[in-house]
Design a binder for this molecule. Structure first.
Ligand SMILES: [Zn+2]
Length: 271
């Protein structure tokens, strides 16, 4: 997560992410190279685009879902404690897996980014991170997305913190329901040592007026979890858990609570 985007950090300080855009690391080491190679192979075989993709029938048929790979480009996000792997790379990999899995369930998926780039200009007249977030929001709005899933990796000074943590927009009953379904599916599938509950927080990407959740897949500050997240097998399990959570959410009764209205940002400067 990016501390500058977060306006409210949620109730549980012990899980507050410390990852900021200011954190950069020179990625090196075999694990990183292996990850980069896998990434390249994935890119060679998996074409994704910003437009919603044709989807087969399934439990999510007719749904347009935005999958947002957090950070990108100049903004690396959190940094792996041991390997120096940047959060942005793992976010994109997991997001692409989620895209594939949701598509297989019938959803039309729109990605906010499909490669390693930030969505802001080189030298915008407003904060780069704000322009980046505005452009992600524009992609999501223009696609008519009915759900937003933002994919991140966590980081914390206490090295023992671990496990998936899902956030929803504070006081949004629709977000709470979705985040709860995701958290439960991840707790079930990934069996963390200390299962967490979904938490409210204040994040730009969750304020677009549709059911939304921000998924912190695991802690890059935790040695063991970082090692797991560097494996393709675990990232696939994470993505499957997220997709299962969405399917479980869709199977809930139709009288789901409505989301809070989108935040009016018309007074914000635009780049
Ligand atoms: Zn992040």
């Amino acid at each position: 997560m990016d501390g500058r985007v977060r306006l409210y950090a949620g109730m549980l300080l012990t899980v507050t992410s410390l990852c900021t855009a200011a954190l950069f690391a020179c990625a090196g080491g075999n694990a990183v190279e292996a990850f980069a190679q896998k990434q390249a192979r994935t890119e060679a075989t998996q074409q994704t685009g910003a437009q919603p993709q044709r989807a087969p029938s399934g439990p999510l048929e007719g749904m347009v879902i935005a999958v947002d790979a957090g950070h990108g480009g100049y903004d690396g996000g959190a940094v792996g404690r041991v390997s120096g792997t940047l959060e942005k790379e793992l976010n994109l990999d997991v997001a692409r897996r989620v895209e594939r899995l949701l598509s297989e369930q019938g959803a039309q998926v729109v990605m906010t980014r499909t490669e390693d780039y930030a969505l802001c200009d080189e030298d915008p007249p407003i904060r780069k991170k704000l322009q980046d977030m505005q452009r992600r929001a524009a992609i999501i709005r223009e696609a008519g997305a009915q759900m937003v899933l933002s994919i991140h990796m966590n980081e914390y000074a206490g090295r023992s913190e671990s496990g998936p943590q899902v956030f929803f927009r504070e006081d949004c009953p629709a977000g709470r329901l979705l985040a709860g379904a995701l958290q439960e599916a991840m707790n079930t599938a990934l069996a963390p040592s200390r299962p967490r509950s979904a938490l409210g927080g204040d994040y730009y990407i969750l304020t677009l007026g549709v059911p939304s959740a921000l998924v912190e897949c695991g802690f890059l500050s935790n040695r063991q979890e970082e090692a797991m997240l560097l494996t393709e097998d675990y990232r696939e399990r994470v993505a499957q858990a997220v997709a299962q959570g969405v399917v479980n959410w869709a199977a809930l009764p139709d009288d789901k609570p409505a989301p809070l209205e989108a935040v009016d940002r018309s007074d914000e400067p635009t780049g």
